[in-house]
Design a protein around this ligand. Structure first.
Ligand code: ATR
Length: 275
């Protein structure tokens, strides 16, 4: 029986996940297929019901369904509950559990791809949206001290309030942003600013202000954002969104199949798909 995994997304067309997961299934010799589905809010219950069938491993979930999917599931892992978002669904005998592999994926990317351990480090995160919730939670769980900077300061304050019980976190006031970043060891951009269609100048941070050791941008298109290019020129460690994409996918694939994910194959498939 061919097994299926799906991506439930608002816009299925652009995703690199099918290339990555189908390459991994092939390398593991599994009769399995990963397919991206463009799903509307109205379709979501029907698409989730399909995941309960025997021939389905489960699914990934992305924008805009990471929250909306929660009431349609039978259980959440403690992590998905704490983050308040689901990016992976596992089907076990018709029962659906919501996981959040963005948390583990982000931390494994930092450690495995860059040898960086956030424990006891000062970290500044740009952004306070859906991605920032998972990344912020991950950094606190790893023992970082976190400052949140956002275009809309009230949202940074709300996120810092929501994450406060998991560690040392505060919103950074606009007049404190430059000194907070310059004092920090690591800067992580979770905003969509600096993307193809946006300019780097729209980051909630003046151009050229950098931390002491490392910059992560969770965007992978373009592969090298203006922020990462500036950090590279100053000799800092940098990381784009590809390692996080691979490791969140690896954790999902391991849940679905019970096998170790072939991460080198997954990196290779993504690089090819990006060319
Ligand atoms: P995601 O789920 O990808 O994180 P989101 O929840 O819409 O998406 O969050 C987008 C984040 O990018 C927010 O922090 C947003 O800032 P605001 O809260 O002020 O809206 C930030 N963002 C998006 N476009 C931006 C821009 N042009 N300049 C600065 N910040 C931007």
């Amino acid at each position: 029986m061919t097994k299926y995994a799906y991506l439930l997304s608002g816009s299925a067309g652009h995703s690199l996940s099918p290339a990555m997961h189908n390459a991994a299934f092939g390398a593991l010799g599994l009769d399995a297929h990963y397919e991206a589905l463009g799903v509307t809010e109205a379709d979501l219950p029907e698409r989730v019901a399909r995941l309960r069938e025997d021939d389905v491993y489960g699914a990934n979930v992305t924008i805009p369904h990471k929250l909306a999917v929660i009431p349609l599931l039978d259980a959440l892992t403690p992590e998905a509950q704490r983050v308040g978002a689901v990016n992976t669904i596992l089907n076990r005998g018709g029962e659906l559990t919501g996981h959040n592999t963005d948390v583990g994926g982000f931390l494994r990317a930092l450690k495995d791809a860059s040898g960086y351990d956030p424990e006891s480090r000062d970290v500044v995160m740009l952004g306070a949206g859906g991605s920032a919730r998972a990344v912020g939670f991950a950094l606190l769980r790893a023992g970082a001290t976190l400052g949140i900077v956002n275009r809309t300061t009230s949202k940074a304050e709300a996120l810092a309030g929501a994450l406060g019980r998991y560690g040392n976190v505060a919103a950074v006031r606009p007049d404190g942003v430059i000194s907070a970043v310059q004092r920090a060891s690591l800067l992580v951009n979770t905003t969509s600013a600096g993307h193809d269609t946006h300019g780097a100048g729209q980051l909630p941070l003046p151009h050229g202000i950098l931390p002491r050791e490392m910059v992560v941008d969770i965007i992978y298109r373009p592969v090298r954002t203006p922020l990462l290019a500036a950090a590279e020129r100053e000799g800092l460690k940098t990381q784009n969104g590809l390692p996080m994409l691979v490791y969140q996918g690896a954790e999902a694939l391991e849940l679905w199949t019970g096998q170790d994910a072939p991460t080198e194959v997954m990196f290779g498939a993504l690089r090819e798909a990006l060319e």
